[in-house]
Design a binder for this molecule. Structure first.
Ligand SMILES: Cc1cc2nc3c(=O)[nH]c(=O)nc-3n(C[C@H](O)[C@H](O)[C@H](O)COP(=O)(O)OP(=O)(O)OC[C@H]3O[C@@H](n4cnc5c(N)ncnc54)[C@H](O)[C@@H]3O)c2cc1C
Length: 400
């Protein structure tokens, strides 16, 4: 058992406790210290809330509300902006789903074709001889977490010093991060590689690493230039898909996936919930650590839902149209409501199931949070454009 900041108990209460503990430090202390990675044994200035918010055991809105109840927006601006980077990446990918499909195709192709198996194994196993890089590889595998700056240095060294395919590095992260996320991970790797902001790369340097690790590491022999990778142009952004609203007053079944494990804060009272089904499909996650986290977090969610909606709640291990139909019939409902899933495997599973259910007279209705509805359309351009809207959109959300 390591230090408590490296343990991520998979319950909403544990996420809320971490948030309550961190909120007093979310102001200038965070802004001053967030770039320093002084090692896994030290708590550092960051929140380590990412696994909780990734699966929405606690929501972005709750995090920002807790922080703004202790600090004004200018003081907590840096932290709020970081939370909104997550929102920005989700919105950006929602409008460009082809970038996710492209990543998957290229990753699968590289898995087949990349022949320097030894170099790949050394990089993943922490055996390259590059100070810091090897430590972060081992830290990631051991803890399921890496500091943001370490993720940036690691990705930069992977791409520009070791010259390994970026998609295999992103895949390594997906398989080990507890917070593994289609949008934040893929788009951050693309950003380091110079694909996301076309031509603008991130170069890890010895000086920066030494300064921001408090002298723990000063790797030698790093690439001195980072020439941007190139690709075919990204298809133009679509609008954030609009969603039909559920029929109010219609008794409904609630379907929950690991993309949003706090549906109590999403559903409005006009939809009576007669039953709930929490699907924990490990095949739609990438790593063992994330699977274990989600399995327990989903059980925590099922317990909460039974109390909140006073209805029967079951847990299933697959998105299966026949099982959903049977559950809806048993509950006597024709409407299934579900927190809308962002671009990724769950969204694909739901898109495949919806037409099958419709044939049998059951409507699957995804519902999106007002947070996503407000912020996602602002991710059409760069983060700067969204950043300009933060005070106004937080006011619209009833915050600040
Ligand atoms: C190459 C690379 C891969 C990444 N992969 C993921 C991933 O798979 N999943 C993931 O959640 N984050 C990812 N990030 C973003 C970021 O590193 C983590 O969210 C952050 O380190 C989590 O630690 P924390 O909760 O202590 O963050 P804090 O600094 O305390 O920030 C609070 C919250 O804001 C969000 N956040 C902070 N920084 C970022 C950022 N740069 N981009 C997006 N959201 C951010 C997270 O939800 C985080 O929990 C990646 C970054 C890089 C450079």
């Amino acid at each position: 058992m390591g230090p408590s900041h490296l343990c991520f108990p998979p319950t909403r209460d544990a996420g809320l406790a971490r948030l309550a503990d961190f909120a007093p430090r979310a102001g200038r202390a965070y802004a001053a210290g967030r770039n320093i990675d002084d090692g896994p044994e030290n708590e550092g200035a960051i929140s380590r809330l990412s696994p909780y918010v990734r699966y929405r055991l606690i929501t972005e809105r709750e995090i920002v509300a807790a922080v703004l109840s202790r600090h004004d927006l200018p003081a907590a601006g840096q932290f709020v902006r970081e939370v909104l980077w997550r929102t920005y990446w989700k919105g950006w990918l929602e409008m460009r789903p082809a970038v996710w499909s492209r990543f998957l195709e290229e990753r699968d192709q590289q898995r087949q074709e990349f022949s320097d198996v030894r170099a790949l194994a050394d990089a993943e196993g922490g055996a390259t001889g590059i100070e810091g890089f090897d430590d972060w590889a081992r830290e990631l595998v051991a803890t399921g977490y890496l500091h943001n700056h370490a993720r940036m240095w690691f990705a930069s060294i992977w791409i520009f010093t070791l010259r390994l395919p970026w998609t295999l590095g992103a895949d390594f992260f997906l398989r080990h991060l507890l917070d593994a996320d289609a949008a934040s991970n893929t788009l951050s790797w693309r950003w380091v590689a110079g694909l996301q902001t076309v031509g603008k790369t991130y170069l890890a340097t010895t000086d920066n690493i030494a300064r921001c690790t408090n002298g723990r590491f000063a790797p030698k022999g790093l690439a001195e230039v980072a020439v941007a990778l190139t690709e075919a142009p990204v298809p133009p952004a679509r609008e954030v898909p609009s969603l039909a609203r559920p029929v109010t007053g219609e008794p409904s079944m609630l379907l929950v996936s690991h993309e949003d494990l706090h549906p109590e804060s999403l559903l409005f009272p006009e939809v009576p919930i007669a039953a709930a089904l929490v699907v924990v499909d490990g095949g739609l996650l990438w790593g063992e650590g994330a699977r274990a986290f989600v399995a327990s977090a989903a059980a925590d969610t099922a317990t909460r839902l039974a109390a909140h909606f006073a209805c029967p709640v079951e847990i299933a291990t697959r998105f299966d149209a026949a099982a959903l139909l049977a559950a809806a019939r048993a509950a006597g409902v024709r409407q299934i409501v579900t927190p809308s899933a962002p671009v990724g495997p769950v969204a694909e599973a739901l898109a495949a199931i919806a037409p099958i259910l419709r044939q049998d007279g059951i409507e699957l209705v995804p519902m999106r949070r007002s947070w996503d509805d407000r912020f996602w359309p602002e991710a059409k351009k760069g983060f700067f454009a969204l950043n300009q809207c933060i005070p106004a959109l937080l006011r619209d959300e009833g915050l600040s």
